[in-house]
Design a protein around this ligand. Structure first.
Ligand SMILES: *Cc1c(COP(=O)(O)O)cnc(C)c1O
Ligand SMILES: [Zn+2]
Length: 502
């Protein structure tokens, strides 16, 4: 719809001008830093940073109803810069001029309600929000759209040139970083560091295809992260891990979309998210808090963070009920099918600790919970979901397993409606499905396939056929007729098909 066709009272809001006063804020010493440079940790105390808009309060002057109209009408506006995460421009990078925004189709992923069969099995009303439908097939694109738009902005304004973007990754960060960097080539190039043999073949193919320089590093993600941190401290590179606060900011769009998709009614809503480096849960908490503070929503949903027993440092931290006695201890990870979340020392832990406290305070009760799930449950629930029409990855299976665990502990009640984060596309993790189907999991995974969830292709080759077609030698005439007839009969027999009356 064209701008003049919208109701006149809303027209002035629809195409946002750059606004706000954005700074980096240190979570440790509360120092503030100018955003004219790329900064990842506090130069004074070394803590992680978040971005803050110092004049955020101006957004509170616009009534909630007006915000609803702004976002709902923006849905109908055909301006590429506002089609993705920047539909919420005032809340995500408000200083960004629209011509700096990089839009590759990210965000506004569908919420797909589970069918009655699956809801009955789980005993809860729930949706999957399919983050695998982002351009590089994971939610990481939300953060990259923000980080690369910002880099694009710095490049456009002459404050940065010849950018080399680097990241360590469990697979999806590098796929996303390489994709967005490729869009901005030649001014932006990317190099990614992957733990050797700890990403799936599909995830490895992605940055290679985007033309990134790909390094494989011995060890696990946490080791690759240390190397990339050393690089970013000593050399002139742009770090694209979630230590980069611009990533977090873009990922807050996930919460805004959920709010909008429920018509801003967050009463009796629950959001379930797997935790790896803890960037995503940080963003989700922060997003809901901002909408709540600005009066866009009137209630805060429950949030449940899920970890595998094989990589559970955040879950363990919150096992201690007394917050004074809690202390963070990194864990040594074990092999996990939720490989994208297989992280023992999450970079965003200080952000989580800070935001969980604020969130619970604002909610007036405990509203953030943590659950732990077995590898077996992750696989079983992923496959069960997908046998009911979903495209959940293993981390999506972890979300569903987390819902089941949380339900068992009474965290989710009868009239709650739940949104599960299916963080990537199932196809990226097809190898784990294959290992399940072929019963090839090494013992450290602790997964025993259930027969009912296994599947395998069946080769049809009727025994008494003399000739079968090949690509080089197609069949013709009688040979083709016989082949078609006997093959169809073999399939009909396997499927126990009933002959049609002719
Ligand atoms: C990165 C990732 C996670 C973990 O998210 P964090 O922000 O690191 O906690 C989970 N699932 C998938 C598919 C991912 O790519
Ligand atoms: Zn500091």
């Amino acid at each position: 719809m064209k701008i003049n066709d919208f109701p006149s009272h809303i027209q002035q809001y629809l195409i946002p001008e750059p606004s706000g006063h954005v700074v980096y804020q240190c979570l440790g010493c509360h120092a503030e830093y100018d955003i004219s440079q790329l900064l990842y940790t506090c130069p004074a105390c070394g803590s992680v940073l978040l971005l803050a808009d110092l004049v955020f309060d101006r957004l509170k002057k616009i009534p909630g109803d007006t915000w609803h109209q702004i976002f709902d009408y923006r849905r109908m506006l055909n301006i590429p810069a506002l089609q993705g995460i920047y539909r919420y421009h005032e809340f995500i990078g408000p200083m960004m001029p629209l011509d700096a925004i990089v839009y590759l189709g990210e965000g506004h992923t569908p919420m797909v309600e589970a069918n009655p069969c699956l809801q009955d099995l789980v005993g809860a009303r729930f949706y999957f929000k399919n983050e695998g439908q982002n351009p590089s097939a994971s939610f990481k694109d939300r953060g990259m759209a923000s980080a690369l738009s910002y880099i694009h902005f710095l490049v456009n304004s002459g404050r940065l040139s010849d950018v080399l973007a680097v990241c360590a990754s469990t697979g999806d960060t590098s796929a996303s970083a390489a994709l967005y960097a490729a869009y901005l080539q030649p001014r932006v190039k990317s190099a990614v560091l992957l733990p050797h043999k700890k990403v799936t073949p599909q995830q490895l193919a992605q940055p290679l295809g985007s033309g990134a320089v790909v390094f494989e590093i011995p060890g696990v993600f946490d080791d690759a992260m240390k190397v990339v941190e050393a690089l970013s401290e000593q050399y002139n590179v742009a770090l694209l891990n979630s230590k980069n606060a611009w990533r977090i900011w873009g990922q807050e769009s996930y919460s805004y979309e959920i709010a909008q998709d429920f018509d801003y009614d967050m009463g009796h809503k629950v959001v379930v998210v797997p935790i790896g480096n803890a960037g995503n849960i940080t963003a989700i908490i922060s997003g809901f808090l901002k909408f709540f503070e600005a009066g866009v929503i009137n209630q805060l949903p429950k949030i449940i963070g899920v970890q595998s027993t094989h990589a559970n440092p955040v879950y363990r931290y919150y096992l201690e009920p007394d917050r004074e006695k809690r202390s963070f201890v990194p864990v040594k990870v074990r092999p996990s099918v939720a490989q994208a979340a297989m992280i023992g020392n999450p970079v965003s832990m200080p952000r989580v600790i800070h935001l969980v406290e604020t969130y619970n305070e604002k909610a007036g009760k405990q509203a953030i919970f943590f659950a732990e799930v077995e590898e077996q449950a992750i696989m079983d629930w992923q496959l069960t979901a997908n046998r009911n029409g979903h495209i959940a990855c293993t981390q999506g299976g972890e979300s569903l397993a987390g819902l089941v665990a949380a339900k068992g502990r009474g965290i989710v009640s009868e009239n709650d409606v739940v949104v599960l984060d299916a963080t990537a596309h199932a196809l990226k993790f097809a190898g784990f499905q294959e290992m399940y189907f072929e019963n090839r999991f090494p013992p450290e995974f602790e997964i025993t396939p259930k027969k009912a969830l296994q599947n395998a292709p069946r080769l049809v080759r009727p025994k008494d056929l003399d000739a079968v077609p090949t690509a080089e030698k197609p069949l013709e005439g009688k040979d083709l007729e016989r082949f078609v007839k006997q093959t169809a009969e073999a399939i009909a027999k396997t499927l126990k098909l009933v002959k049609r009356d002719l």
